[in-house]
Design a protein around this ligand. Structure first.
Ligand code: NAP
Length: 288
């Protein structure tokens, strides 16, 4: 495989995993992160850019992996950065709504850059492994032009077609189902707690859910153990803000999305922002 110059903007959980995998694959990697110390583990293996513009100028392929599209727009839409992006390929890994993905594609077209929207059905522990799936939306020739760079990132790289909102819609459906389930489980477990019913008695009644998954959930709740996750609850909350927007943009009822977002917000307010998604249960039980 030929070495490519690739820049990664954002070195949170996922951005750092992407950058490390690119380095491992022998690419010429440049990184930038708002909080500079997160680039230290990559020093000596990757170039560390002092500015976004310098990171963009260093490579023809730019990966963006920030909290959300708002953070990304703030950086990339500065006039000098937008000018430096012209003629390059931007792969957007930050979560965003289908509408924002479409708008970003239009912005990219106007500014002369190629654009792919990626959603990651994977955690940082899967990046660089044979597990997990990344979904890509955008022009086929753009996908093909970076295929050799993106293929080793995760077990499966799925091209969804030219409709730029497609991968994002899939992501909101998948994660909406997951976070919705976690929120409902938080609510019913609080009810069981309040009524003094043992969680062990609850398990066999939920035969429609995977037993191993459910046992993991119940164990975390009963031990009140919400370990520091590989996706912080604050990141989930930022995702859920967009879950609400995606429902509204699509003209569908946003009730479930608001419930998920509000539950996550309460859990963050209660001090669980750095913890695992399981900490959403704390929203339903003040004692937790
Ligand atoms: P994270 O660990 O919270 O990192 C967030 C990154 O965004 C950091 O680099 C942070 O910089 C940067 N950032 C936030 N606001 C910014 C701003 N206003 N200006 C500049 N930089 C800003 O998040 P993550 O887990 O890596 O997730 C990144 C994206 O991937 C999110 O959109 C998330 O929804 C998505 N995702 C995550 C997972 C997962 O398992 N973690 C899985 C699938 C998708 P600082 O370091 O300076 O704060």
């Amino acid at each position: 495989m030929g070495e490519r110059a690739v820049s990664v903007l954002g070195l949170g959980w996922m951005g750092a995993a992407l950058a490390n995998t690119l380095v491992r694959e022998g690419h010429d990697v440049t990184v930038w992160n708002r909080t500079a110390h997160k680039a230290r583990p990559l020093e000596g293996r990757a170039h560390v850019a002092r500015t976004v513009r310098a990171a963009v100028e260093a490579s023809d392929v730019i990966f963006v992996c920030l909290l959300n599209y708002e953070a990304s727009d703030e950086l990339l839409r500065e006039a000098d950065v937008a000018a430096a992006l012209s003629g390059k390929t931007l792969v957007q890994f930050s979560s965003g709504t289908p509408a924002r993905a479409r708008e970003a594609g239009e912005w990219a077209r106007r500014h002369g850059l190629s654009y792919l929207d990626c959603t990651m059905s994977a955690g940082p522990q899967h990046v660089g492994s044979a597990l997990g799936t990344f979904y890509y939306a955008g022009a086929l020739e753009v996908f093909e032009s970076v295929r050799e760079v993106i293929t080793p990132l995760v077990g499966t790289s799925t091209y969804c077609g030219e409709e730029l909102g497609y991968a994002a819609a899939l992501d909101f459906a998948h994660l909406g189902a997951f976070t919705g389930l976690m929120t409902v489980l938080g609510s019913v477990v609080a009810l069981l707690d309040a009524e003094g019913v043992a969680l062990e008695d609850f398990l066999p009644t939920v035969s429609f859910l995977d037993r191993e998954f459910l046992e993991g959930v119940v164990e975390a709740i009963s031990e009140e153990r919400y370990p520091s996750g590989r996706a912080a609850l604050t990141t989930w909350k930022a995702w859920a803000d967009q879950f609400v927007s995606s429902a509204r943009d699509a003209g569908v009822d946003d009730g479930v999305a608001r419930l998920v977002r509000d539950s996550l917000a309460v859990a963050v307010e209660r001090g669980h922002g750095g913890e695992d998604i399981y900490a959403v249960f704390s929203a339903f039980s003040p004692s937790r």
